[in-house]
Design a protein around this ligand. Structure first.
Ligand SMILES: [Zn+2]
Length: 476
């Protein structure tokens, strides 16, 4: 079976992850430092991919390049299972001047990602079967790495009337979310949780109490007071998390809390988990590496929701990753056009791009100083789709090739040579980061190659020039 044909697509989860047809990779990754924390793999190896599947892992220098296969000289550079992101904004339909399926998934591949889940706060909202169906069809033509979609919990993100969750689920919805907004009405959320239990598909929740966040534009604290900018208090997030964990526990439903930013939120999740509530959560690279001190310049690329918070919040997120309270790292990749961001801070839209910088930012700011181990970071960057009952990529024989080759010693300046994303609102713009993605293989096909440094050669004989079917991802 080709790796581009789904093996679990209509099975237990029914979720559809879709990308455009691509030629399955035949590639020998020679003498790479293969690291997969889940299997204990950690050392220099040759890794052979044939027809998109990992077929052999052996001591370096022991695998000969098969005829027609490409050889990449790893020279000890690191090979991980490719990353997955349960939270990205691809801006289609309706806002293609910011991003679309092609540019968004190109950006994902450049960041080492092999699959992403797109949010529904588009124009129109992804809240009906025809819209979801059209997007899945478009992804089969345009997406460079597999994309899944989370339709809205409520129609038009209005917070009142539920979408047809059962029908959307049958069509392949990866879950449901009103991301960008909270489900403020507890009664509405309670009904959504009851449907979740019946039809599956985790509810991913953006948590903020609008009565508390109001017109705030940054974290409420010393810096906001000094700048005279209206603040968003930490408790606007944590109080709604506490409420929704209580509701999920009461309804025996499953929730996933998006982009945790505050210490109080980590405490609320830890308390809920200890009570046995089926809750998982994510934190973003920017919340893990930056604080409200970084907003002093009023750079609108550092305006996002939830906002960059205080150092004690950042430390709580790091500790949450360490102790398992926080399950995964997700980017909340949120492209905005330059002219939309080039306005006074209070008026600028919230969001930063994140796919191309996620690994390097976390590696530079947290792994190199010794706050987090490389193993833990790789684990958290590859965990997000498993939380949605999809898949966890692995460097193991028999697995579809979902791999990322990284040069941990390479330095690069964010934005210096542009972005793959259509938008350039990176909160890390101008930063010098360590760790450069050289090659990404997604769903068995090469999805990204760094232009300048990677030396490859093709073995003798003609390579297969076939293109396989478009759907999905070999999940097991
Ligand atoms: Zn959000």
């Amino acid at each position: 079976m080709s790796v581009h044909e789904p093996t679990r697509d209509a099975g237990t989860s029914g979720v559809r992850l879709v990308c455009a047809p691509a030629r399955p990779a035949d590639i020998l990754l020679r003498d790479v430092h293969a690291l997969d924390p889940r299997t204990g793999l950690d050392g220099r190896r040759d890794v052979l991919v044939r027809d998109g599947v990992i077929t052999q892992i052996a001591d370096p220098g022991t695998i000969a390049t098969p005829p027609g296969s490409e050889t990449v000289e790893g020279e000890g550079r690191h090979l991980f299972a490719a990353f997955v992101d349960p939270h990205v904004h691809l801006r289609t339909p309706g806002q293609e001047h910011k991003e679309d399926l092609e540019t968004g998934t190109r950006s994902a591949a450049a960041g080492g990602y092999c699959a992403v889940i797109a949010m529904p706060n588009t124009s129109p909202t992804i809240d009906s079967a025809p819209i979801l169906g059209a997007l899945l069809d478009a992804a089969a033509r345009e997406a460079r790495v597999p994309v899944g979609f989370m339709p809205a919990i409520t129609r038009g993100l209005q917070g009142t009337e539920l979408t047809d969750m059962a029908e959307l689920r049958k069509l392949g919805a990866a879950g449901f979310t009103d991301d960008g907004r909270p489900v403020t009405d507890a009664g509405v959320l309670r009904r959504a949780l009851q449907y979740q239990r019946l039809c599956g598909g985790v509810l991913a929740l953006h948590e903020e109490d609008p009565a508390l966040s109001g017109k705030g534009a940054m974290h409420e604290g010393v810096v906001s007071a000094m700048l005279g900018v209206a603040g968003i208090p930490s408790v606007s997030e944590s109080t709604l998390i506490a409420r929704d964990c209580a509701l999920a526990g009461y309804e025996n439903a499953r929730i996933h809390i998006q982009h945790l930013s505050a210490r109080e939120s980590v405490e609320a999740i830890a308390a809920a988990k200890s009570r046995g509530v089926a809750v998982t959560c994510e934190a973003s690279p920017h919340h893990l590496t930056m604080t409200d001190e970084d907003v002093r310049t009023l750079d609108t690329r550092r305006k996002m929701n939830p906002p960059l918070r205080a150092e004690e919040d950042r430390q709580a997120l790091i500790e949450g990753l360490r102790d398992g309270t926080i399950d995964c790292i997700a980017t909340d990749h949120a492209p905005h056009a330059r002219d939309e961001k080039e306005v006074p801070f209070e008026q600028a839209p919230m969001g930063t791009t994140g796919l191309e910088t996620a690994f390097s930012a976390v590696y530079t700011d947290l792994v190199l100083p010794g706050d987090l181990s490389l193993e833990l970071v790789v684990e958290k960057l590859t965990a997000g789709l498993g939380l949605l009952d999809l898949f966890v990529p692995s460097v193991a024989v028999g697995e579809a090739a979902n791999l990322v080759l990284v040069d941990l010693d390479a330095e690069w300046v964010v934005g210096e040579s542009g972005y793959e994303s259509r938008s350039e609102n990176s909160c890390f713009a101008g930063r010098t980061l360590r760790g450069r993605v050289l090659l990404t293989v997604a769903a068995g096909a090469v999805a990204y190659r760094e232009r300048s440094t990677l030396l490859t050669q093709v073995g003798a004989g003609d390579g297969p020039a076939r293109v396989t079917s478009s759907e999905g991802q070999s999940l097991r």
